[in-house]
Write a protein that binds this ligand. Structure first.
Ligand code: FES
Ligand SMILES: [Fe+2]
Length: 456
């Protein structure tokens, strides 16, 4: 059943861990699942073959029951295979174009465990390199974001042009001899860099599908972000990065787990509603809580290639930071798309590492694995360029309220997920149940997807 929609309140984690779903449909061998998901029949996998047949209890078709053994969140061999197949051999989100908008601008990040940086070239193109010196491997730019026409390694001082060309070797004259050829030591460029609507992605190896093919149905949901301003989106300056004591799969799954919202975030809702009542908050500063309160139309789509979306109609669309743009959006786009943009909140994961969230505010997040049971998360506010000051003000205040680690909700998410990971040590209990909503899952697009012209 490759195409499915699931009511979000009873969403099914089974579909949000596509790698593990894939494993169940083959013979339980991890490398086959990667072949199936990414179509990478030419991949070679050097690691051990991992038999997952005793870690997955898949009776979804027959009994609507699906369980995963908790060891999948802690096993170092599974982790190593995931790092390779779910991250390092596929397209990863690297940065937004607004973070490298001028020649020389660079942004450092990771693809799986491999450090990379993106740099805007003098000719306007964008390249990405392994963030490691060609001499003895030191990190070229330990600074996350900046601008430089050349980058100089801090270890022994070799330097590189924006293009990756090695242009300076300390004591080259006299120290290295006539046979030394500096051109052998340019930075290693990654195989692919491409962008979609301002979101820049990269892949380390040649054998990946096109970015367009990788994103597939997720493009509709990226467009709902990118079209919020005629000038595109921008990352608001500043970000927060935090390390979590839970597995990357737990973090990724939570993106489209609508089931936790009414419990984990009830405290957020009650606090915000009490504050708004006390302060007579009106208009754009009112926070959307329809998803938390429940009772709004909602759903979840599996979009293929690991991408997923969860959505819920807004109970107070007039409070959305995009509300001042209502007239323009209704003029510019058809009724269905305008409805999705203005009156329907969305949370999507672009597999494996990008999260775009448009609910009370707009927020972008990335996660990367740091080991079995550990991951790192970075969050930003992403916003339409040129929006009115009052909209930007409201967007930022709501971003702080919910998403900053000092806010009221992210901390609750992290604690919930960390305690789940801690609970996985209860090995004797063995299994986690993930069959929520399987009996309500339908194949192919539902009515809302059909109207939007998407094929989840
Ligand atoms: S490691 Fe970079 S110059 Fe030596
Ligand atoms: Fe949450």
């Amino acid at each position: 059943m490759p195409f499915s929609t699931i009511p979000a309140e009873v969403g099914a984690i089974r579909m949000s861990i596509p790698a593990f779903h894939g494993m169940t449909t083959q013979d339980g061998m991890l490398h086959f699942c990667a072949y199936r998901i990414y179509g990478a029949s030419a991949m070679s996998y050097e690691g051990p073959v991992i038999d997952l047949s005793d870690r997955i209890d898949d009776r979804a078709e027959a009994d609507h029951e699906f369980r995963l053994h908790r060891s999948i969140f802690e096993d170092p061999y599974i982790y190593d295979a995931e790092l390779e197949f779910c991250f390092e051999r596929v397209w990863n989100f690297l940065c937004h174009e607004s973070q490298v908008s001028n020649p020389g601008d660079y942004y450092a990040t990771h693809i799986g465990n491999q450090p990379v940086f993106v740099q805007h070239q003098e000719d306007g193109s964008v390249k990405a390199f392994l963030n490691t010196c060609s001499h003895r491997g030191a990190i070229i730019t330990p600074i996350k974001q900046g601008n430089a026409s050349t980058l100089t390694c801090r270890f022994h001082g070799w330097s590189y042009k924006c293009s990756g060309e090695c242009i300076g070797v300390k004591n080259e004259q006299g120290g290295y001899g006539d046979e030394f050829d500096r051109s052998h030591y340019d930075l290693a460029e990654i195989a692919h860099v491409d962008e979609y609507r301002g979101f820049i992605f990269g892949a380390l190896y040649e054998d990946v599908p096109t970015l367009d093919g990788h994103l597939g149905e997720a493009k509709f949901f990226i467009d709902l972000f990118a079209d919020q301003s005629p000038d595109g989106m921008e990352m608001v300056a500043g970000s927060q990065t935090y390390v979590c004591d839970h597995d990357w799969k737990v973090q990724a799954d939570n993106v489209t787990d609508g089931y936790h919202v009414s419990t984990v975030h009830r405290n957020f809702m009650n606090t915000i509603l009490a504050r708004e009542a006390r302060e007579n908050t009106e208009g754009l500063l009112k926070t959307e809580v329809g998803r938390i309160k429940g009772g709004v139309k909602n759903g979840m789509y599996y979009l293929g290639n690991g991408h997923m979306c969860i959505w819920a109609d807004r109970s107070s669309p007039g409070g959305a930071p995009l509300a001042p743009a209502t007239e323009r959006i209704e003029d510019e786009f058809d009724e269905i798309k305008a409805h999705w943009m203005l009156r329907r909140g969305r949370n999507i994961i672009v597999f494996p590492n990008l999260v775009l969230n448009d609910l009370a505010t707009t927020h972008q997040r990335t996660h990367r694995p740091l080991g079995p049971g550990k991951c790192e998360v970075t969050i930003w506010c992403i916003a339409p360029k040129g929006e009115p000051d009052e909209a930007r003000f409201a967007r930022l205040r709501k971003f702080e309220d919910f998403f900053l680690v000092s806010g009221l909700s992210t901390s609750d998410d992290v604690v919930s997920l960390d305690t789940a990971q801690e609970g996985f040590h209860g090995a004797e209990a063995g299994w986690n149940n993930y069959d929520r909503g399987l009996s309500t899952m339908c194949a192919g697009p539902d009515e809302e997807a059909e109207k939007a012209g998407i094929n989840p």
